[in-house]
Ligand binder design. Structure first.
Ligand code: C2E
Ligand code: MG
Ligand code: MG
Ligand code: MG
Length: 280
């Protein structure tokens, strides 16, 4: 008993906890500073359909002056908690659309799409549709080359509002993909309401698709579901040829993963795309 109380009392002064609070405060201040200083950059990971590179997913990185390249798992959750994701997400969208405009002017690159991850909070913003349309207008990107990746977490919100916003953007040509599909908690009935174009099979099902019959069944089911709903389907986290072959057999012909290409700075991706084009 006294041991328990002792532990609780200790907890209040737990130096680890103080460090955690401090680290969080430092990280939040750092994040604000980083936004002001524009320390973010995008890496691009190829998306393959059949034997063609059809586009990329834009993945944000924080180019930290001391820590080097910081992955999104280390700062996106805090950016979401603090609302900083709104500004950060806007910058990501601007950078991606400016890249689309540059590709539009280059032969062999003009067909490429860019998938941008959009947090539920961004979509929840009243001005979201106008913001996206303004960025498209200002950069000169083709709206049908922009793909917005949403997760099932958007569905905890007012679904009618989400549908309205998606529809408004879709009318202008913007494409929608449902990211990490299968790990969320969305009811299948929402799936037919949302004006989606694509389901993205979560990496967790792809990883063990050859060894775990349950994952194999889920992957196959998602492919069938997508097809029945008239949607495209892409698999993320494809690391081996055998995984790619399994997915192809299951009817999924679009892939993203280390087997094809890691997320790379723009030059690295363009070099990959050119090599891929030549070898095809
Ligand atoms: P995500 O959207 O599901 O992105 C795919 C993640 O899987 C990326 O991690 C990518 O590097 C990784 N990946 C790709 N292929 C493979 C593979 O073959 N094997 C394995 N093990 N991993 C693979 P990353 O870049 O660390 O991004 C993590 C998450 O951070 C993203 O997951 C996305 O949810 C979020 N994120 C990234 N950029 C943004 C952004 O601009 N805005 C928002 N809101 N979230 C972002
Ligand atoms: Mg994504
Ligand atoms: Mg994903
Ligand atoms: Mg994922």
């Amino acid at each position: 008993k006294s041991k328990e109380r002792g532990r609780n009392a200790m907890c209040f002064f737990d130096p680890n906890m103080q460090i955690a609070v401090l680290e969080r405060a430092v990280l939040e201040a750092g994040l604000r500073h980083a936004i002001a200083e524009d320390q973010f950059l995008l890496h691009y990971q190829a998306q393959i359909d059949g034997d063609r590179v059809t586009g990329v997913e834009a993945l944000v990185r924080w180019q930290h002056p001391q820590r080097g390249i910081v992955p999104p798992s280390d700062f996106i959750p805090l950016a979401e908690e603090t609302g900083l994701i709104l500004e950060l997400g806007y910058r990501v969208l601007e950078t991606a659309c400016a890249q689309l405009a540059r590709w539009a002017a280059r032969p062999g690159m003009a067909h490429l799409t860019i998938a941008v991850n959009v947090s539920a909070q961004q979509l929840r913003e009243p001005g979201f549709v106008d913001k996206v349309l303004n960025v498209i207008g200002q950069t000169g990107a083709r709206p049908d080359r922009l793909k917005l990746e949403l997760t099932e977490s958007v569905l905890v919100d007012n679904v009618q509002d989400i549908i309205g916003k998606m529809s408004a953007l879709k009318e202008r040509g913007v494409v929608f993909s449902l990211d990490d599909f299968g790990i969320g908690y969305s009811s299948l009935s929402y799936l037919k309401l949302l004006p989606l174009d694509q389901l993205k099979i979560d990496r967790s099902f792809v990883r063990d698709v050859l060894v775990d019959p349950n994952d194999a069944a889920i992957a196959r089911t998602i492919v069938t579901l997508a097809r029945s709903l008239g949607l495209g389907v892409i698999a993320e986290g494809v690391e081996t040829e055998a995984q790619r072959d399994f997915l192809a057999m299951a009817g999924c012909h679009a892939y993203q993963g280390y087997y094809f290409c890691r997320p790379l700075p723009i030059d690295g991706f363009e070099a990959f795309a050119n090599r891929y084009l030549e070898s095809a």
